[in-house]
Unconditional design. Structure first.
Length: 234
């Protein structure tokens, strides 16, 4: 799980429409090549941000070329197989973010901007993916939002743009966690998990100090791992 990140304030706001409404989209079969490929791309995208954090540029380039190969395969599928117009549009936006990653990687003069482009790519990837179960999309979105909080708070800033983005992310995270929480069982383990996550989400809603928001974001990302384990997500 990625934990770090330098901030880039001038970012485009992604949203999955308040989270819950997006779950009404008909899922693709788990056997769909498009579905499998979209889900496969999530890990290298996250690993690219980690590579930036630990300054492993060779690994960063290797992961980029892995994603580039997957994007080529993805666009080939879109060109030859039936896909609804909404998902075609979503994958078009995914291509736009991948182009931004390529631009930032080619210039290599603004690593925070590169990290931001990669995270927006990962968010758009979640939007484009038709998960078989709605809770999986929401859990993936919590992961994306955790990285967003880190990006927005890892460098001191009083930018009004940062504050507006942070406010929007808070609304999104609160709604997303509510959706996930309602899917968690009422047995002892489920209740214990909710009791662990609730204070962290509440802290992210209320806290104003950036250093404390970074610590809370890192804790939220750890707890996403626990949530995935509870749902038996590999």
């Amino acid at each position: 799980m990625v934990k770090v990140l330098k901030t880039c304030i001038g970012v485009t706001l992604l949203s999955i429409g308040g989270v819950v409404p997006s779950l009404c989209a008909a899922p693709l079969s788990a056997e769909s090549p498009l579905q499998q490929l979209l889900m496969k791309m999530e890990s290298p995208a996250e690993d690219m941000i980690e590579a930036i954090n630990i300054n492993k540029l060779h690994k960063l380039n290797k992961l980029y070329y892995e994603l580039e190969t997957d994007m080529t395969a993805l666009n080939r599928i879109i060109a030859t197989d039936y896909t609804d117009d909404e998902q075609r549009h979503e994958i078009g936006l995914l291509n736009s973010w991948f182009d931004q990653i390529a631009l930032e990687l080619g210039e290599m003069d603004d690593l925070p901007a590169l990290a931001n482009a990669i995270n927006q790519f990962s968010g758009q990837l979640i939007i484009a993916t038709r998960f078989e179960h709605g809770y999986r999309k929401n859990i993936a979105w919590m992961d994306y939002l955790g990285r967003e909080f880190l990006l927005l708070n890892s460098q001191l800033s009083d930018s009004p743009n940062r504050k507006a983005l942070l406010s929007a992310r808070r609304v999104d995270l609160q709604a997303t966690w509510f959706s996930v929480k309602t899917a968690i069982g009422k047995d002892a383990e489920g209740i214990a998990l909710v009791k662990k996550v609730d204070p962290v989400i509440d802290g992210l809603m209320r806290e104003s100090r950036q250093d404390k928001l970074v610590a809370l974001s890192e804790k939220e990302l750890d707890l996403v791992d626990d949530i995935e384990a509870w749902f038996h997500i590999d």
